[in-house]
Design a binder for this molecule. Structure first.
Ligand SMILES: Nc1ncnc2c1ncn2[C@@H]1O[C@H](COP(=O)(O)OP(=O)(O)OP(=O)(O)O)[C@@H](O)[C@H]1O
Ligand SMILES: [Mg+2]
Length: 372
């Protein structure tokens, strides 16, 4: 039997045909870049920041003479390691360009840092040997990269995903280093993004921090239901899926892109017109699959925190978790204890405040907690 491609992707960006909407966000990002504005792209988890940034990369590379370099800082513990990721991405990008003199200037960059490249034994692609420490300090290494990019004929957009990780680096204070970098090279635009929204936002909005008011803040919201409806119906083709079922998918996911994609991916696999019973069945299976991870939170959190999390999930959205009605109906004890548990859940981003309501951040986790 020929394998049918499942059009509902649940990993990464796999091309525009599998991508729903985000036209306005894409144009907004492009216009920030064309007008020399650096951007912070922030949103709650799994709404599609990284996918949108990859769409942007794809779009710019297709339509403009500009370089786009995507780097993900997840897993980097030091500025030195983050520099290694940037150098590698720069090397991969420019190494493939047929620009006169580019190989020479790449070699000069590596030589000035005392780095070399070798072939990765698994992918056979050239890679900078970042295990060797650069001859220069981490801050100077970053600036050498800035100078290299600034010397190129075309503008470069550097996308730094999971940028909040720099606040955890244990070698140098990386915030001023990146702030200097962002201010110094006029041919380099930067998009900062990350999945820890509170941490990322406070870097750019706290007036005592280096990045205060230095960039445009841009949030992304759920994709509107009518656009998602058209996208889903289109991909289901002749197999019927009603607007009622799509609305149910959307609200169960609270409009979160990943959870919508996940449900559609499972439903598409059934290879038939969809009925409500199918939806219930795939949700059972999704929650069962995640259950061991979710259940472990009762060990990771105090009883008070776990009970509060469960109570918030059960009410779906809570305006005042310290109100006596809420405390009594969920048997949560004193308001002061709930206040400190709430603070801790917010710090961990397990609970978020959205439009004056407290919610359990992870939608699937909320759905699982609601069944306890
Ligand atoms: N516009 C879209 N159309 C279809 N699928 C999308 C869209 N945006 C994102 N996705 C899918 O949703 C999932 C989550 O997207 P992505 O990883 O970009 O989110 P994120 O906001 O970067 O998440 P995190 O907060 O974990 O970094 C991915 O599997 C991606 O394939
Ligand atoms: Mg992401």
């Amino acid at each position: 039997m020929a394998r049918v491609t499942n059009p509902f992707k649940i990993q990464g960006f796999q091309g525009r045909e599998y991508f729903c909407d985000r036209e306005t966000e894409l144009q907004d990002l492009i216009s920030h870049l064309l007008n020399d504005r650096n951007v912070v792209l922030h949103a709650w988890r799994r709404l599609g920041k990284t996918a949108l940034l990859n769409l942007l990369k794809d779009e710019i590379e297709k339509t403009q003479k500009a370089n786009v370099i995507y780097v993900d800082f997840l897993g980097s513990k030091t500025l030195n390691q983050a520099n290694g990721k940037i150098i590698n991405a720069v090397y991969q990008h420019f190494g493939t360009l047929k620009v006169k003199g580019i190989q020479k200037s790449l070699q000069e960059l590596l030589a000035s840092l005392g780095l070399a490249f070798s072939f990765n034994p698994i992918t056979f692609l050239p890679e900078v040997e970042t295990s060797i420490k650069s001859k220069k300090s981490s801050e100077n290494t970053l600036n050498e990269i800035g100078k290299f990019l600034n010397n190129q004929e075309n503008l470069t957009t550097l996308i730094l995903d999971e940028f909040q990780e720099i606040t955890k680096f244990n070698d140098v204070d990386a915030e001023p280093a990146f702030r200097f970098f962002a201010q110094t090279y006029p041919k380099v635009r930067i998009i900062f993004s990350g999945s820890e929204r509170n941490l990322l936002k406070s870097m750019f909005t706290d007036k005592n921090r280096p990045f205060y008011k230095s960039t445009q803040l841009m949030g992304i919201e759920p994709i509107p239901l009518n656009l998602y409806n058209a996208f889903i119906q289109n991909h289901f083709g002749k197999k019927k899926i009603t607007i009622k079922i799509i609305s149910d998918i959307y609200s169960w996911a609270r409009g979160q892109t990943y959870t919508i994609q996940l449900q559609c991916n499972r439903l598409f696999e059934l290879n038939k017109s969809i009925e409500e019973a199918d939806l219930h069945e795939i949700r059972e299976s999704l929650l069962k699959q995640e259950a061991p991870v979710f259940a472990n939170y009762s060990n990771l959190l105090s009883d008070g925190q776990f009970n509060l999390l469960k109570a918030i999930a059960k009410d779906e959205a809570v305006q005042n978790p310290q109100a006596s009605e809420f405390l009594l109906s969920h048997n949560l004890g004193a308001a002061s204890t709930v206040r400190s548990a709430l603070k801790s859940l917010i710090n961990k981003e397990l609970v978020i405040k959205e439009a004056n309501n407290y919610l359990v951040h992870d939608v699937l986790f909320a759905r699982w907690l609601q069944r306890l």
